[in-house]
Design a protein around this ligand. Sequence first.
Ligand code: UD1
Ligand code: UDP
Length: 356
Amino acid sequence: MKIVTIVGARPQFIKAFPVSQALRQSYQEVLVHTGQHYDENMSRVFFSELGIPEPDYNLNIGSAPHGRQTGAMMDLIEQVLLDEKPAWVLLYGDTNSTLAGALTAAKLNIPIAHVEAGLRSFNKKMPEEINRIVADHLSSLLLCPSQTAANNLQAEGIQDGVHVIGDVMLDSLQAALEKNKNKITILNKLNLTPHDYYLATIHRAENTDRPERLLSIIEAFSALDRRVIIPLHPRTRKIFSAIGYNIAAHSNVIVIEPVGYLEMACLEQNAHFILTDSGGIQKEAYWLKVPCITLRDETEWVETVQLGWNILVGADTRRIVQSVDEFSTPDEHPQLYGDGQSSKRIVDLIGKWSEA
Ligand code: UD1
Ligand code: UDP
């Protein structure tokens, strides 16, 4: 059986890597990279360090406004699907690459398996919320990381094909920790002492497209009592450059290029706190038992907040600093989002649903 997997952005390479490994033991996978992310450190690095097979197709779409980018992807994905005639299209998450894959496959009546189905922020101003709603409503197999996600789908009238399988990012993280085996090369390279620095990432449109939010966040970082290491997303770097903001003026704020996943896992594992607006990193912080301060007004990963390991603070300088100062580590750390075996469940379910 042939499955076309469509990826395009950093978190999708990381999610797809354990699933592709498991999938290829039983089925033929055709890997399509849309080219949404293309810098060496946003794309290539993940393929080489994680041993992801070369994409069978690189569509080289690159950056563009949402409509143009999604449309250009659909144009090329359609031809791939017509040529390959897969039994399934496998999609991850909520990027424009996900949306383009979902719309194109659905128009060709090819069944879709959606990994990370059912997540909702209930904020349709987020481009990701639109993408995931559309992808979920067009999918035949909805692979949810949590019961909350499955409940969200049920509330929208989606019941068939919904399975709670845990989160493939835990499979990915466990593999990265195994590959790292206590290596701390990146800490030595950056001259960092374990647990004596903050790790931060910012790339979400709601923060980068509103300079007042971005600057309020950086002001908070500059008021923290340790160094703040920021592997800076190119989107955010471009905004700082466009508004002429010199982030290096804050002596404790250290901007570095985006790092590979193995180095990121090491930086996360050894951070005192993580401050982020990323989706994936909130979960990784939880699994690594590192307190997380989320620089957003809502989150899809509500369980991490309910358990007290994650605090939602938005972009307010005072709230960010105060939440770091007042954070108290919860006693409880129950298993969340599965057991690191989700990739295998995906392969089993695709097989089962193909026979149905
Ligand atoms: C995308 C996803 C977001 C995900 C993020 C992961 C959408 C709508 N958003 O956001 O859900 O959390 O990826 O990182 O799909 N750029 C480069 N080099 C690159 C890639 C991007 O310079 O390799 C710059 C370009 O200026 C581009 C901007 O970053 O315009 C934004 O890139 P884009 O892929 O449109 O969105 P992300 O913010 O990366
Ligand atoms: N990540 C990485 N290098 C970096 C920043 C992030 O490998 O410099 C990893 C991170 O550990 C997580 C994933 O990228 O696994 C999250 O991607 P991102 O924050 O870009 O997107 P989101 O999860 O918000 O969609």
